[in-house]
Ligand binder design. Sequence first.
Ligand code: FAD
Ligand code: AMP
Length: 477
Amino acid sequence: MSNKYDVVVIGAGPAGYVAAIRCAQLGLKTACVDKWLNENNKPSLGGTCLNVGCIPSKVLLESSELFELASNGIAEHGVEIKNAKLNLSAMMQRKQKVVSELTQGISGLFKSNGVTAYEGHGRLQAKNNIEVTGHDGKAQTLEAAHVILASGSRPMEIPSAPLDGEFIVDSSAALSFESVPERLGIIGGGVIGLELGSVWRRLGAEVILLEAQDEFLTMADSQIAKEGLKLFTKQGLDIRLGARVVACEVKKGKVEIEYQQKDETCHEKVDKLIVAVGRCPNTDELVSPDAELILDEWGVVHVDEHCCTSLPNVYAIGDIVRGPMLAHKGSEEGIMVAERIAEHHAEVNYDLIPSVIYTSPEIAWTGKTEQALKTEGIEYKTGMFPFAASGRARALGDTSGMVKVLADAKTDRVLGVHMIGPHCSELVAQAVIAMEFGASSEDLAVTMFAHPTLSEAVHEAALDVSNSAIHIARKRK
Ligand code: FAD
Ligand code: AMP
């Protein structure tokens, strides 16, 4: 088999595997190199997302929510379950089964699309040659007309909480605890910290979340974040803001944490500690020095809006480039790059990346937050609708939260949609579609939504922009 390709992709996460499949669909001879080995030391495509990220975390969020509901959540529906019992090992086995089915699915997609998979470490050399070192140590060189770098990211480590793999762990290990810790500490109140905290709290752990920033979820709309903080605290997550962890030590099977909060030195003792302080790009062993790729001080690959790097015909996508570290953002970049290699027109709309936090209730948004509009001096109108006024939310028994629509004061164009409540991860797509087509709040308001659905909350929030929501009390003029 010739080692010459139109495109070689390094990394088979959601950025790389999607790019490889689209390249092959467009008739380009494509290879994808990936080095991931699963817990059985077997190659496993899909990167962080499928192996230790989006998918296993959502499986556990779903399972733990069912456990919590079975334990104490559905009696009000008239369904009584006596002595619901947790079988953690079965829960973990199910998670692993979902992961294996999906990762094997990517192998199948590669085969059916004609993408050649190489197992091992890929390294870009000068002149777009890629050295692939297999898991057996044997090396071979691939020649590529175009190279797509998609090597993803790994959990960030901090000196104040050195990982030991048993008591102080990263997000990957926290998806595979063999028992429920009695007291669980989490450093970092970002998306990953909140999702993992929710899983283990629902399964019975007492969760203490230490977040260095004084404000909660600064990237979200501040009104939604405030609502989230109130609801998560009520659920029992002990969220301590302005709490910077400065030292940790494992003593007699417990983790002793020292943190600074408002000039005070505080202490906490937990059974396990998850470090969820962000992720850093996998770019240290990606490129040989003679390839002269420009990276910033954090190892992020410098790219333009079309993901072109400083090297001709070398692109970079996903978690190794600027922007939020989200699977769908990397996948869209992968498709854009594949299309552009095939000389088609393609862009990514970076203004409309949906963000979701899969807590219960879920938080989701797209476009600008209210605080950003204020900072940018853009005049806007607001429409809001609480799920408490939604018939469907009442039927579900899940009425917390609201949808908020922000529209330009002059043009009425929708500038941002923010929500916290049931199934918001699904509802946010409506906002993205509407905004992608340049919708005004009136466009959403005159659109018909099925009844009774949670989507009606989006409709009513859009109606509320012009004070014409039907199912909430009329605002005084
Ligand atoms: P990755 O998925 O990291 O894949 C990169 C691949 O490249 C890996 O297989 C790696 O082994 C391989 N590789 C690296 N270097 C080389 C090399 N030199 N040679 C060969 N192979 C190499 N995002 C969401 O959008 N939604 C979510 O719900 C969500 N939940 C998450 C939950 C958790 C717990 C975590 C940790 C992350 C979550 N994310 C979520 C983030 C998401 O997983 C990442 O943004 C996404 O996986 C990045 O995709 P990627 O393709 O850039 O990189
Ligand atoms: P994210 O980047 O969304 O995954 O969130 C990571 C969070 O960890 C951020 O909100 C940081 O403020 C927080 N963080 C980083 N270092 C520390 C620390 N030493 N103590 C507490 N929180 C931290």
